[in-house]
Design a protein around this ligand. Structure first.
Ligand SMILES: Cc1cc2nc3c(=O)[nH]c(=O)nc-3n(C[C@H](O)[C@H](O)[C@H](O)COP(=O)(O)O)c2cc1C
Length: 349
């Protein structure tokens, strides 16, 4: 099916596999590209060396277009007082595992897009680059556009969509409240501004003069068709790929996705400092799901890291981020190509 998105991205299908930091790398992206959709590499949690290796794997593995995704949050200033207050709230949790209150930071960093990343990217010239939490500084964005990359970014409100378009995005991803993982919100941090995919999508389509991609809660072919009927040029799907063998989703995360617990997701800031949707677990029930004392993104990850490691060593996901959207019905432990086929069934290539 030819939509304006296929024209922009040069894919067979108007379908993007959502970049999902922490649960996938180039293997999933390559499988999706081979199936005719746009595969995505999440770069937010990769070191420069890892990013280089993954970009090389993409370049070697496909001649089709692919997407590389970055976070572009303002780096936070460490705040020792806030960190101490938050750790005080977690004291009983730490004690239950016999952890010292100041136990070390083993959380992987979440890096914003910077000059080093732009320089590395310029060596590989990926055809599509997407951002979460707004857009990078104008000079950095200009470097990405210099090789003709299509630039996409997530909007969670109509205002954000207008801002992204005015500041250089070629394609807007309308991320509804159902979506798994972090909210891409960047003009406001008030969760009350967030609305569902099929309320947000038609309003964004009316507000901007570029292709709009629907994201959040889309898990089957009927959902894809419904989004296209509402004016989407394409869809971006994340949760439905989490059980694919090409994803690196942990065994505990996979088990949670296939359990009755997956019916109950919530927005939580406990794991990183920014609201993200995941399956409700013990940590979220005890301290959140939203808690105003949490350190700024991504510093909050440090305090939970020892708890997570201790619980996971006991085979428990009580302190693990179990990112998932509200609609897990599309999750199948099947190769990504089959998930792509299920999503595009009924669309004519
Ligand atoms: C496990 C997980 C990790 C995610 N990580 C990222 C990320 O690194 N960058 C990004 O732009 N979006 C990320 N997202 C959000 C997706 O881009 C997308 O908005 C969401 O998956 C769509 O909703 P769905 O999960 O209901 O399909 C993530 C989503 C999930 C489920």
């Amino acid at each position: 099916m030819k939509t304006s998105l296929n024209t922009w991205l040069a894919t067979d299908w108007p379908l993007i596999q959502a970049p999902m930091a922490g649960v996938q790398g180039s293997a999933l992206a390559l499988a999706v590209c081979a199936a005719g959709a746009l595969g995505s590499l999440p770069a937010a949690m990769l070191s420069p060396e890892q990013l280089r290796a993954e970009l090389a794997a993409l370049r070697a593995g496909t001649t089709r277009p692919y997407n590389v995704n970055f976070f572009c949050h303002p780096p936070p200033l460490p705040d020792a007082g806030r960190d101490a207050a938050w750790r005080a709230q977690l004291a009983a949790d730490y004690a239950a595992f016999g952890l010292a209150p100041e136990a070390g930071d083993r959380a992987p960093a979440r890096r914003p897009f910077d000059a080093a990343a732009a320089a590395l990217l310029a060596e590989f010239r990926p055809p599509v680059v997407s951002f979460h939490f707004g857009l990078p500084q104008a000079e950095l964005l200009a470097q990405v556009k210099a090789w003709g990359a299509c630039v996409m970014s997530s909007a969670t409100t109509v205002d954000e969509a207008r801002w992204l378009r005015a500041n250089g995005a070629d394609v807007i991803i309308a991320q509804g409240l159902e979506a798994g993982g972090h909210r891409g919100m960047f003009l406001s941090d008030d969760p009350r501004t967030q609305i569902g995919t099929f309320a947000l999508l038609p309003q964004v389509v009316r507000a901007v003069d570029c292709p709009v991609v629907a994201s959040g809660g889309i898990a089957d072919a009927a959902g894809v068709r419904a989004a296209l009927a509402l004016g989407a040029a394409g869809v971006q799907v994340g949760t439905a790929f989490l059980l694919c063998p090409e994803a690196t989703t942990s065994a505990l995360h996979r088990a949670a996705l296939q359990s009755a617990d997956a019916a109950h997701t919530a927005l939580t800031n406990l794991f990183t400092g920014r609201p993200a949707r995941g399956i409700v677990n013990r940590f979220m029930r005890r301290h959140g799901p939203l808690n105003p004392a949490v350190p700024a993104f991504p510093l909050a990850a440090a305090a939970v890291a020892p708890l997570r490691a201790a619980a996971e060593a006991q085979g428990r996901s009580d302190y693990s981020p179990l990112w998932a959207g509200q609609n897990v019905s599309g999750c199948r432990a099947l190769p990504a190509a089959q998930v792509v086929q299920a999503l595009v069934a009924g669309l004519v290539a």
